[in-house]
Design a protein around this ligand. Sequence first.
Ligand code: 5AD
Ligand code: SF4
Length: 435
Amino acid sequence: MTKKLFIKTYGCQMNVYDSERMAETLEGYEQTQDVAEADMILLNTCHIREKAAEKVYSELGRYKGLKAEKPDLKIGVAGCVAQAEGAEIMRRQPLVDLVVGPQSYHRLPDLLERTHNGAKALDTDYPEEDKFEKLKSRPKARRAPAAFLTVQEGCDKFCAFCVVPYTRGAEISRPVGQILDEAKDLVERGVREITLLGQNVNAYHGKGAGGDWSLAQLIWALNEVDGLERIRFTTSHPNDMTDDLIEAHGTCPKLMPYLHLPVQAGSDKILKRMNRSHTAESYLKVIEQLRQARPDILISGDFIVGFPEETDEDFEATMELIREVRYGTAYSFKYSTRPGTPAAERPQVAEDVKSERLQRLQALLTEQQRAAQDEKVGQTCHVLFERKGRFDGQMVGKTEYLHAVHVDDCDATVGELRTVEIVSSSTNSLSGRLV
Ligand code: 5AD
Ligand code: SF4
């Protein structure tokens, strides 16, 4: 009998990708959305901010009753909290049978095997073998039209606030051939849009014909894949926005006019203390070049407010940078101390100051997001339809700028790309009609 697997995913898009791959490694299991019927529960966790990590423990606590009812229920913790806390998780929450880090989840079936008879299994190694090579055989199931594909993992940049270099490890790039095979397989299974993933995706330098390839070279090769209609990539570092990649935004037909390019702060003093190794000016220069290459490109970003020693003046510099860039969308956070990172030891900004700054910053970003959406009203866009809407006959898709669009009385099918005239804009989405 097939067993039921319940996976809950926290954090970034790479975790979404990893969860899919983990589900595929577990033969004899099929996924369920109902935790009550699960034979195995897997939490794929995020360690980026304190709150994200704490959520994991409160979620685990909720499974006490289930485990009491069903002693054979296996509970596993994967992802970045697993990597960062290891065996501490089992000490703090004895319900947990298995802990597996992001670099060793291809070993999940063996680990699960080891938990028979109530034993615990832990693997937070950085193995020699290629995780992706081991994960190669995928079932040929249909996929949704938009998919993620990890091409690069880990980070060598060591921003002073960030746990990623410790949880995801050193930067590695997958070989070009492996990525192209996976992309073609996804397309055969119904995928039309691929988002290339990496913590530092534009630092990609995978082995290809003639030596190491840049991300731009990889994108151009993907541009040749028949049936693939759209390419995106995330997350990028400003210092790795090479000329060939900027240029591709103007010339590569399948590369979408959207870029997530985090800057974190607008004050050079803070950027220096964050160990970002770029300035506000060099970031603005990259944005200018991108807009020269592709005037309608929509820029997205990440911001941290209340980084140690951030003054009012530093914060105003961030606000000024935001006004200059005009973001289409953005993510912003209060600085959260992460044990083991350099900034955790420094003088901290008071919580109420952080809250006040975040509120002001988010108000400005919301205004900009709305303006970027409103600008599209009256224009035509291309929409990749991803799913049915809430109402009869309604379909939902995404434009090239990653705006969600609702279309009523829509005869488009899931996976179809159609031209849509945008008729209105609301808080988080657009409405349109087929042209
Ligand atoms: N505190 C707050 N935000 C953080 N980020 C990363 N580390 C921290 C931290 N310690 C944010 C950054 C990053 C995004 C993924 O999360 O903005 O780009
Ligand atoms: Fe969270 Fe970073 Fe891990 Fe993604 S890589 S799950 S954002 S800690």
